[in-house]
Structure formats: C-alpha cells, structure tokens
Design a binder for this molecule. Sequence first.
Ligand code: PHE
Length: 348
Amino acid sequence: MGLKDKLTELKKNALEEINNAKDLKKINDIRVNVLGKKGPITEVLRGMRDLPKEERPNVGSFANKVRDELSSAISERKERIEIIKTSKRLEEEKIDVTLPGVPVKTGQPHIIMQVIDQIEKLFLGMGYQVVDGPEIEEDHYNFEMMNLPKDHPARDMQDTFYITDKFLMRTQTSPVQARTMEKHDFSKGPLKMISPGKVYRRDTDDATHSHQFHQIEGLVIDKNITMADLKGTLQLIARTVFGKEREIRLRPSYFPFTEPSVEVDVSCFKCSGEGCSVCKHTGWIEVLGAGMVHPNVLKMSGIDADVYGGFAFGLGPDRFAMLKYGVDDIREFYLNDMRFLKQFSQRG
Ligand code: PHE
C-alpha cells in the first residue's frame, strides 16, 4: 500500500473516531494519538525518506492536508461537545417561571398595638403630641411629682418593683407627663399630650392581672379647662373604641394626682344597657380613671395653679382589647401564640 493510500485509510478511521467521540477527554486522546509526535501521520512523514525525491513534495503536501483536515475535524467536534454540554446544563438549570410562587407571610401589629394606634390617631388628629419616656424611672417622677410623697398610703394602690431606693420600674405612664410639664413653655400654647407605653406592677399574674401591661395617659393643661372638656374627650374615646352609640357615666373616685377624680363607665356595647354577662347586668362597664389635675401636681412642675388648670385620664389598652374582643385572660396577650394573635388580623 502506498503512503497516500495509507494516509487516506488513516484519515477515514480517524474521522470516524472523531465523530463518535462523546466527551472532551476522548477528543483530546484522539488529538494526541493521531496528530502527536508518536502518531501515524508523523510516522508517514518520517517514511518519506525512503521515497524517490520527485514524489516527496506530492506526498508531503497530501500528508499536510490530511493533518489539517483532521485537526479542524477535531476542533469542530470539540466545539460541538462543548455546546452539547452547555445545553444539557441549561436544560438542567431550567426553571418554570410560570409556576405559582410561595406566598410570603406578612405580619401585623399585635392586638394591643392596634388599640394603641387607634387611640394615638384620634389624639394626633386633635393636635395632641404623643410622648415616650423611660420604663426604668425615678421614684421622683413616678410618685413624688404625682403628689405621692414617700410613705403616702396611696402608694399601696400600685405595688412596685423597686430597683434601688431611687429607681423603679414605672407603675404608670404619668411620669412622662411630669417630665413634659416641667419643660413645657406655655407662651407657645397649651400642653396637650398622651403617653402610651408599658408599665409594671408587682402583681401575681392571673386572668385579670399581669406584672406587665400597657397604659395610655392623657393630659391637657391650659387656662379655663373644665370638667366639660374632660367629659367630651372621654366620650370621644369611648365612641371611637366601643362604637358611635356609646354613652359614658362618671362616678366619684380618688387618685392622688387629680381632684376631683372620677371613675369612667361606658354603656355596655354588648347589650346596649339591657344587662348581660359582659356588664354584669348593670348596663355599664368601668373602663378608665380620670380627673382634674391636682394643684400640687401643677405647682411641683413650676406651673402657676391660679392661672392654669387641666384634666388627665389613664386607660389600659389591655383592658380595652379584652372588653372589645371578648378576651377573658390578659395573659393571652403575652404568650405570643400565633393561633391567638392571628385572629386579630387587620385584613379581616
Ligand atoms: N396613672 C393612673 C393609674 O395608673 C391612671 C390615671 C391617670 C387616673 C390620670 C387618673 C388620671 O392609676
């Protein structure tokens, strides 16, 4: 067999092998075997020494042509294998964008926060400021500035977590009002504020007591403030939270920081006054405490009690939420059981 025939045969076999190659390793092996220094083409070229001189260029250029052809066949096959590999990968990585997504769970404010928000909105709309204060408070602001000197028996009404003689966990949000009164500049206008937040008392937890609960206290100080202003404001709270039809009733009471002081009842939203288990068959439900600011409280904050006066009230968002939604155990609010909390979704 002449060299040319050998080369033709070799080309045929190599092309077949190349086209059957399935991966890059195989194609590389073929390249090394067929075109490498120890491969058959090199061998043929080496054999040219034995040919007569005049045949050498012809056979030489034929061998080169075969080598070029095989070399480009190898490159093409290599490219092809790479394309197949990539499309396989793309196939594997394919995602179906038309599949419905996994719904993202959205949260909601805690039910107590919903009650606080509702009352904050009401008062912001009437030009009140919402003021925050420290939960670790000084005895001075929590009690003394509220007309409760040390050893005053009314301190017993608020069982207290003392931290030191001077510091305590605030038992009411009134100290925020003392801090604000002290700073208020009456030449710029009246003081109208509410102070919402957590308060703490050394009570044993049961269905109606919690060592931590919430308060919103309100305070207005200006000239010529009367109990009629207080009553109108209380009625607005009752109607906003418990329904447009509600009436309120004031009963005399005692708080050290107000004089006169009142206990406020709202007409029963369940039976509208007929008598039911919610209002214990009285038609009325006690909802908050209030009164006209005691002159001592004003004086202690440096306010002239002969010129200025005001009203104050204090309500419990926990109690409001319990009444409004029929929750019979205050501890439910603090257990963070989603099955309980989810019932109060604002989206209904
Ligand atoms: N801070 C009072 C309390 O916790 C509530 C209150 C505030 C009562 C203002 C009357 C006036 O008892």
